[in-house]
Design a protein around this ligand. Sequence first.
Ligand code: BG6
Length: 479
Amino acid sequence: MSFTADRLLLFGATGDLAQRMLLPSLCALGVDKLIAPDLRIIGTARQDLDDQGYRNFTRAALEKFLPPDRRGSMAEFLNRLHYQPLDANDTAHFHSLAEKVGPIERGLSIFLSTAPSLFEPTIAGLVAGGLTGDKVRIGLEKPLGTDLETSREINDAVASAFSEDRIFRIDHYLGKETVQNLLALRFANIMFEPLWNAAHIDHVQITVAETVGLESRAGYYDGAGALRDMVQNHMLQLLALVAMEPPASFDATAVRDEKVKALRALRLTHPDETVTGQYRKGAIDGQPVAGYDDELGRDSDTETYVAIKAHIDNWRWKGVPFYLRTGKRMPQRRTEIVVQFRQVPHSIFAGRGARTEPNRLVIGIQPEENISLSLMAKVPGLDRDGIRLRAVPLDIAMPDAFAGPTKRIAYERLLLDLIEGDQTLFVRRDEVEAQWDWIDAIRASWAEHGVRPKSYTAGSWGPSAAVALTERDGATWHE
Ligand code: BG6
């Protein structure tokens, strides 16, 4: 049902995500007049605050995490905010929450980011408090379970109160502008799609490298590891967008139908097609950083790095490896997709001493948003000693190409879509389940073969075995 909600209920309203992303995004949307003036925002969490206390809390978060030029006067935004303390395990609390939310006949959007153990009591509480129904939709932030089974439990609990068209599973990578631009690149240009297949593409690389370590998330991260924290969601979504067939239209059903087909075509990964690592002490940007065990304060077998050679068993991608890698404490923060094309079938320049290199498309997602296509060109000269060719980049730096539009936080887009009810950039249940299916099989094979993470020095690109993973196929990680 299409409606724009006039109430937004934020669970986890005093948490890290709320401070860094949600509140700044909502304030910026308010300043840009993209949310209605009468949108009422109700925060809830365990912490005992009143409305004014929450407004003070929010003001501090905005001053810290939202650039001054996007804050506006803040007062207008702060006045929208209300707060109700809540113990999610106590159903009675949901009645007070419902009173605070007020009438919901014009529509309520809920943003739920909570510990997995609180999902079920929260849904039960929402039902008891009358905060479900046709005019209520719910956004769910990860982690949504730790494997297929637990994800199903959460999804079943949510489905008992909300129909799928009112469930918005968040993968914040889908809110990133360049990730959406991938669809424009593929489907708004004629020149890529005819080449976008096994006949012309040698392999694809997806890298999500981070310089940060554990931060303050030891409890969560050590139980998750890189495979579940990054590959299960963000990286598989990127893979699906690269690999999917063209959808008939840019709408939620068409796009998600195609993504899920690609995800279901992932082949079970062989143990020697994965490499795991855990960082030891080292240096990043010249600054010494501790090893994972030291940060954690005990030994652990959790992987902070993973590289995988993935295969998509369908007609388009037969024989084209998708190399995925992600790690904490890498030398740079870099998220990118590299599409490595094949060599020309025959080089007319070979007899004149020139070497041709295959074309390569690099889609930079962060920190820089850019798209670069390497093309072979002749080095200028009279060619007395033979022809020389060199790869030259055709670069589009997005901030230069689009100087006007504001660079937005990924959550601005997602919160707006949640309020207005557009599911295109949210993950459907069948996608999540296909993702877990593949991830669970990898974890089972690690357990079966007693795989333990190899050490790598913080500030390096991961264990040397990850280099071998691509080199033995004649491919090289893009660095
Ligand atoms: C989160 C992970 O989903 O994504 C974090 O839990 C990770 O471990 C983060 O740091 C990366 O997001 P971004 O937008 O900074 O690339």
